[in-house]
Structure formats: structure tokens, C-alpha cells
Ligand binder design. Structure first.
Ligand SMILES: Cc1ncc(COP(=O)(O)O)c(C=O)c1O
Length: 387
């Protein structure tokens, strides 16, 4: 019997149409993108990729819907963030981030810092929340070029106040880049309401797609001022030795993950059908059940908030006297999958006071059940009583 409590790492299982779409693409179509003679299979592939751009633009675009040409695909959000950060930031510029970021943000920024980009890391409180006033006062004291933060934490699930941060960015003319790894597909996000320069996404978590596909929804004016991070064949402008400036080719060199895009398209269609509100409600229900159950277990210490409000159903905890790695191993032995350790987010653990020992992370998803939650709670209680 398997109980999956690691949806923050990747969602599982996937909706049935997702693996089917990957299989059907590989078996039935399988043509490369814009690298054929416009045979039937070539055209079908182009249509499939365009439809996926349209769905992503509609999902994240908000009232302006988003322009599908300004959706570029990547392998994952780590690549998306690298494309945006390294494509825009130049020596002398200032970029601001928070102390709750994943290494997908922190590592590229640390490497850019060595090249002369000024990096400011705003401290978050003990629940991982970033205070927009802290950002505002920093912006009052120096010129800031970019803000990049995660919408929702992969460690303790805290959701940042992106509305207030966006307002400040708008007032001060700062490019706002959002890491939606944990929130895309799970809570509504509007790139136009937030006036995002770039919304970076990964396909395999809340978006329910396969691993190996992600992307960026760009604000057109921002895409224009970013340099491409990878250059090469685009299947277009083949007479040119220079990278095309037109979108989305500018940021999409080399053969894309077409089976992944086929799966992502099926996943976004599925999300549209179910509705993000329904997904969110269901995850909150399961999250509340898990949270209330954990609160009743003596010895459980939460890192981050112990309330359901303003968070995702992602919980970081330790159990007094027990090692989180050992507990995770014992849970895995009985088929309960979690993630211990530092979750690629050492700074976030430092913020929440769980560095260097790390924490046990439990994260439910849309396909989790009440039985999964109860089985996990019973197993944790049993481990505690065994000492
Ligand atoms: C907040 C956040 N950002 C970035 C990433 C990196 O995602 P990926 O491995 O899909 O690039 C993750 C993955 O857990 C994450 O939770």
C-alpha cells in the first residue's frame, strides 16, 4: 500500500489523460517542431505546441489573457529562472529576493553576485512571511531593478503577499519575477493583475504535467530587454547566423521536450475542466485534516505557521527527540513517501530555525485521500510511541 505525501516534490499520480497524451504523441505523431516539410504530422505538432502556449497564456494571463507567443518552454522552472535572471541582470544592477527562496533562485543569484550584480536578501519572519514594508523601505533607500520571489514556499507552504509587493514594484518601476513552482495550477495567478515581468513555471508539480517541461510567461516589453541564455537552432530564420529576436524563438533553441509539452497540454486541459478553485478547496480540506491531526500529536514541532490560512498544504516539522531522516526512512519502509532534509532551500531552513538538521516535509495533493492523511498520522504516532 502506497501513501504519497510528497506532492511538493512532484505531483503524483497524474491525471489519466497526461501519460496518455505523452504516449500518443510519441507513438502517433512524434514529429519535430518546425523542422519538417509541413507534412500532416509536422502541422499537428505545431498545432499541439501552439495550443499549449494558448492554454498556458490563458491560465496565467489574467484579464489580459496573455499572448501565446510570449509563452516560452523550458525543461523546468530552474531553467526558466536562469533564463530570466541571467538574461536580464547586468553588473551594477540590484536584485532583491527573500530569505525563503529555493536554490533555483539563490544559486543563480549568488553566481550573478560574483559578476557584479548587487544582491539584497530580505529576511522573512519565523513563519517565512516576507513583510512588504521591508521591501518598500529598501526601495526607498536604493534603486532596485528586479524583485524575484517564490509565490509559495516549498518548505512550509507560506504564500507571500504578492499583491502588495506588485504594487510597490509598479510604483517604483521594478521588474517583478515570480517563481510559481508551488502555486501554479493550485491557486489562481494573474500575471496581468500582478504586472509580472516574467511568470516562471514548472510543469510537473501543481500543473500536473510530466517532469522535464516548464516555461515562462513574459511581459512583452521585458522579453525584449532580456538576452537569450541559450542560442542555437530554432527551426526558423535558418539563413541567419544570429539568434532571432522574435518570440518565442528567442528563448527556445534546440528541440523542445515535445512529449512533455503534449503531457502539459493534457494537464492544463484537465485543470481547466476541474477548475483551480475546486483543486484548491480539495487540497485545503486535506491540508486542514493533516494539520489538525499533527497538532494533536505530542512532540510535533512545526517550522512555519501551524494555521491553514495563507498557506499551501505543505508542512515542515520535526518530532522531539527523533531524526527527520530516520523517520522519513521508517515511513518509506511502510510505503509512506515524504521528504526529509533541507529541500534545496538552506536559507529557508535558516529562516525557520531548522538548519542544519532539516525537517520532515509532508505535502498532500489533489489525488490524496482522507485515508492517506489518517494513515500518515497513525504511522507518525506509532513511531513516536516506539521512540
Ligand atoms: C519554490 C520552488 N522553486 C523552484 C523549484 C525547482 O523546480 P524544478 O526542479 O522543477 O526546476 C522548486 C522545486 O521544488 C520549488 O519548490
Amino acid at each position: 500500500m502506497s501513501t504519497y505525501m510528497n506532492n511538493a516534490a512532484t505531483s503524483w499520480p497524474k491525471p489519466d489523460p497526461v501519460p496518455k497524451a505523452v504516449f500518443d504523441f510519441m507513438v502517433g505523431r512524434g514529429a519535430n517542431l518546425a523542422r519538417g516539410a509541413a507534412a500532416g504530422r509536422d502541422l499537428e505538432t505545431m498545432d499541439m505546441v501552439m495550443e499549449c502556449r494558448e492554454k498556458v497564456a490563458a491560465l496565467f494571463g489574467g484579464h489580459k489573457k496573455g499572448d501565446p507567443r510570449y509563452v516560452s518552454f523550458s525543461s523546468n522552472i530552474t531553467e526558466s529562472l536562469n533564463i530570466v535572471l541571467k538574461g536580464f541582470l547586468k553588473p551594477g544592477m540590484t536584485v532583491v529576493t527573500s530569505s525563503m527562496e529555493h536554490n533555483a533562485v539563490i544559486r543563480p543569484l549568488r553566481s550573478l553576485e560574483k559578476k557584479g550584480i548587487k544582491l539584497e536578501i530580505l529576511p522573512c519572519d519565523s513563519c517565512g512571511k516576507l513583510d512588504p514594508h521591508g521591501f518598500e523601505s529598501l526601495c526607498g533607500s536604493k534603486k532596485v531593478d528586479m524583485l524575484v520571489i517564490a509565490h509559495g514556499s516549498n518548505l512550509c507552504g507560506v504564500i507571500q503577499d504578492v499583491d502588495s509587493l506588485s504594487k510597490i514594484c509598479r510604483e517604483k518601476d521594478i521588474h517583478f519575477v515570480l517563481d510559481t513552482a508551488q502555486t501554479a495550477g493550485v491557486i489562481p495567478i494573474s500575471a496581468s493583475d500582478l504586472d509580472l515581468a516574467a511568470l516562471c513555471f514548472t510543469g510537473h508539480k501543481g500543473l500536473m504535467g510530466p517532469q522535464g517541461v516548464g516555461g515562462i510567461l513574459w511581459k512583452p516589453s521585458f522579453a525584449e530587454v532580456c538576452d537569450p541564455f541559450v542560442e542555437g537552432g530554432t527551426g526558423s530564420f535558418s539563413h541567419e547566423e544570429y539568434q532571432p529576436k522574435s518570440m518565442p524563438d528567442k528563448f527556445e533553441s534546440g528541440t523542445p521536450n515535445l512529449p512533455g509539452i503534449a503531457g502539459l497540454l493534457a494537464a492544463v486541459r484537465w485543470i481547466e475542466e476541474i477548475g483551480i478553485e475546486t483543486i484548491h478547496r480539495r487540497e485545503e480540506e486535506l491540508g486542514s485534516r493533516l494539520l489538525e491531526g499533527l497538532k494533536a500529536v505530542p512532540g510535533v514541532v512545526f517550522h512555519g505557521s501551524s494555521e491553514m490560512e495563507g498557506r499551501l498544504p505543505v508542512f515542515a516539522l520535526n518530532i522531539e527527540g527523533l531524526d527527520n531522516g530516520v523517520i522519513a526512512g521508517q515511513l518509506a519502509d511502510i510505503g509512506i513517501e515524504t521528504r526529509p532534509g533541507l529541500h534545496c532551500a538552506p536559507l529557508a531552513h535558516k529562516t525557520l530555525g531548522s538548519f542544519p538538521q532539516g525537517a520532515l516535509r509532508l505535502s498532500v495533493g489533489f489525488f490524496s485521500s482522507e485515508e492517506d492523511v489518517d494513515r500518515t498520522l497513525d504511522a507518525i504516532k506509532a513511531l513516536i510511541s516506539q521512540g
